[in-house]
Design a protein around this ligand. Structure first.
Ligand SMILES: Nc1ncnc2c1ncn2[C@@H]1O[C@H](COP(=O)(O)OP(=O)(O)O)[C@@H](O)[C@H]1O
Ligand SMILES: [Mg+2]
Length: 423
């Protein structure tokens, strides 16, 4: 039995990382360009933490950062693991400790160790922290603070004060000895909204960052990843995985993992391997889509549902029902369509026969959305109620509501026949 080369669940270790080239280039160039700060934003499981592990790993440092890397200090903190009572003093102590240990061993530069010790002895006072970062810069060192799951930091009430967030901002923007990289499910606009009242007229923390958005893999990156399965996978298998996962890194890895598993398990009949992979994959898709859904604005949700409704009849069975009214209404939703396309959740089909101009990239997302709709109908609500629960009310015009109800009836009928796996 050969070892499964696919990995999902934990962030991928650097040697299994498939390039998110554009995102990587931005983070690296900004660090090299005077330690500028970056926010890596994206829905869960698009690869934020994997990207962080890659650019901060020792193995790839000289490849990515050239000779400068020797004086870079990558300091990680996962904000999800912080006690929500954490104080600024404890925050700095936790994140700077590995740097302090390194500076203490650096006998050639005793003033750096001494500046760090001053911070420790005086509860990481802002003035002393500023001195430490300036001294690091004067000695060609750069502390790169990486805060993963930054949105969780907003639950730590003791940190939501101007003296903490303001200093974090000024160290990262003014002192060249410190760079700040955050990873967040919320984008910068949402983070700014959430922290707005803290600043009372001052500059928000968020305006020092360039935003790097994670997205699904391109077709060529998906194929690079699937090459790891060459021992078993036929071109048809690869096309199948690509189609159900739509290049979503987590879905792609999980689908490939389960298909590999099916090849390795002699009790699974050859002709049911795809079905097996779909069934195993589904719970992971459902969990991730639920988390993703929570982050989307009502108008992004609307766009995604309309495109899904348009796609589903092709997937389940060709039925005649009139979706054109909803499709026409998408003319007012160009920004949302572009966001979903840029992130890889939708693919542009302009120029093809598709009437909507877009398609949901991953078939597995359609399984989830059709289940959500079916469940909402079965559990007593009609699609209209479901749409209200999803905060759609008000976005739908009267005519659209009628069409939506018609779709609800359609799905009610479909639910009886629905077989989760389409293969
Ligand atoms: N660059 C990558 N190369 C290969 N697989 C990846 C990559 N990025 C993400 N993945 C897949 O997606 C999963 C989730 O990645 P992770 O970094 O934990 O996402 P996030 O931090 O955005 O939630 C990983 O377990 C892996 O299966
Ligand atoms: Mg993560």
């Amino acid at each position: 039995m050969s070892e499964n080369p696919f990995q999902f669940g934990n962030p991928v270790p650097p040697h299994l990382f498939v390039d998110h080239k554009r995102q990587l280039r931005t983070v690296v160039n900004r660090i090299l360009n005077l330690g500028q700060s970056t926010a890596i934003v994206g829905e869960p499981r698009l690869g934020k933490t994997s990207l962080i592990l890659y650019f901060s790993s020792r193995i790839y440092r000289s490849y990515l950062f050239g000779k400068d890397h020797v004086s870079f200090h990558f300091l990680h903190l996962d904000a999800q693991r912080l006690d929500c009572e954490i104080t600024p003093n404890l925050f700095w102590r936790t994140i700077l400790e590995p740097l302090g240990n390194h500076l203490i061993k650096l006998t050639k530069k005793p003033m750096l160790a001494s500046a760090y010790m001053q911070c420790v002895e005086h509860d990481f006072e802002n003035q002393l922290l500023g001195d430490l970062f300036s001294l690091l810069h004067e000695n060609n060192h750069l502390a790169i603070l990486i805060i993963d799951e930054f949105d969780s930091l907003l639950n730590c009430k003791n940190l939501l004060i101007p003296s903490f967030l303001g200093c974090l901002r000024s160290f990262a923007s003014l002192s060249k000895g410190m760079s700040l990289i955050i990873a967040s499910r919320l984008d910068l606009e949402a983070l700014t909204q959430r922290t707005r009242e803290i600043y009372a007229g001052g500059s928000p923390l968020t305006n020092i960052f360039a935003e790097v958005r994670m997205s699904c893999f391109s077709q060529s990156d998906s194929m690079v990843l699937l090459e790891k399965g060459n021992e078993y996978f036929s071109p048809k298998d690869r096309a199948f995985i690509s189609k159900i996962s739509g290049g979503h890194p987590y879905f792609l890895q999980a689908a490939a993992y389960f298909l590999w598993d099916a090849y390795n398990d002699e009790t699974i009949p050859v002709e049911t391997r795809w079905k097996y992979a779909c069934e195993q994959l589904y719970p992971y898709v459902a969990n991730t889509m639920k988390e993703t859904w929570k982050l989307w604005s009502p108008s992004v949700k609307k766009v995604f549902i309309v495109i899904s409704l348009n796609d589903i009849p092709q997937l389940i069975q060709k039925e005649n029902f009139d979706i054109n009214f909803l499709i026409d209404s998408l003319d007012d939703y160009e920004p949302e369509l572009r966001i979903l396309e840029r992130q890889g959740f939708l693919k542009n089909t302009h120029g093809s026969e598709s009437n909507a101009g877009y398609q949901v990239s991953a078939e597995a997302m359609l399984w989830w959305i059709s289940d959500e709709i079916i469940l909402s109908i079965r559990d007593g609500g009609d699609l209209g109620k479901w749409l209200i629960d999803q905060q759609w009310d008000g976005l739908l015009k009267k005519g659209e509501k009628n069409t939506a109800t018609a779709c609800g009836e359609f799905f009610g009928r479909m639910a009886k026949r629905r077989n989760r796996c389409f293969y």
